[in-house]
Write a protein that binds this ligand. Sequence first.
Ligand SMILES: Nc1nc2c(ncn2[C@@H]2O[C@H](COP(=O)(O)OP(=O)(O)OP(=O)(O)O)[C@@H](O)[C@H]2O)c(=O)[nH]1
Length: 347
Amino acid sequence: MSDHSDNEEDDDYRYGIDLDDDEYDVRPTVILMGLKRSGKTSIRKVVFQKMSPNETMFVESTPRITKDRICSSFINFETIEFPGQMSPFDSELDARATFKTCGALLFIIDAQSDYNDAMTTVADYFVEAWKINKAIKFEVFVHKADGLTEESRVETKFHIYHAVREMIKDKLEYNQENVDSITITYHLTSIYDHSIFEAFSKVVQNLVKQLPTLERLLDIFNQGSNVTKSFLFDIVSKIYVATDSEPVEMNIYELCCDMIDVTLDISSIYGSGDNKQPFDDSSAAIIRLRSEQVLFLRQINKHLALVYIMKEEHFDKQGYIDYNFMCFKEGIEKVFLMKNKNGIRDS
Ligand SMILES: Nc1nc2c(ncn2[C@@H]2O[C@H](COP(=O)(O)OP(=O)(O)OP(=O)(O)O)[C@@H](O)[C@H]2O)c(=O)[nH]1
């Protein structure tokens, strides 16, 4: 367990540490904004509270600013949702305080609606927030993509990207700033498939400063173990904190998410442990697939699991893989211990 003392990392994300909840007054935040009924609450509930997508049809409109601490998992941040009808820049709200500690600012656009107003609002809010805090990661979710054809998904994202860029350009040029000063990442999302988890994974990865080291560790593990693809998952949220440098194929990612669901479901229904959580530090599962591949899940610590896929022909080299996994696990621990070197105590 880790203790904390004031240091230059005070504005940082504290991943993988058990904190007493009140230990920090200031916690970096992920802010969700968007017009009314764009899907903000649904996204929070599906990703962090395991609500099924169909149930979101009954969520009520959010009347006030809603803060939610995500601290049961490895991802240790706070989400803040602004109701569609409220601007964070209203004079009665303290926008400076809100955006000073903001890590990522997500704007949700309902792609199934007329999104002209939404695009204007994105441009306004992003420029205002950027003026307060230039380190914010700006993200747009082109949401409810399930209702669009494959072709119009790409077109819609492209159209929104260009229109917002033009609006931001006009605003920044007025202040003699360059439009490229604000980097925005666009994601096509839906709560009805894995795209929302994939997009949130990218948001989180954008905030993990140790990402290059984690990717390198995964690459080394893959090369030494003949693994095709591996993901480092935060098991509770199904967000992957890192993956190796090979491109992510959506079907492999979905398979890995399903592996987590299956393992946790079986474990919570039939598991013998009296622990409330259906997994622990030494949880593991292996599934041989019809495609002559093997899927593995191996827990690294309380929060993180390595999920990887390999060809069946390499499956017999278990000794190597076990050894490499031990080295990988130690590597991960070192990455986060170094990060917290200023105050370590044993739990
Ligand atoms: N088809 C589809 N519907 C979605 C998706 N996400 C959310 N919805 C629906 O959109 C409606 C509005 O969702 P909310 O989560 O309440 O939207 P909100 O942005 O929080 O709304 P306010 O609180 O009023 O600002 C609900 O009926 C959801 O079921 C999605 O990915 N696809």
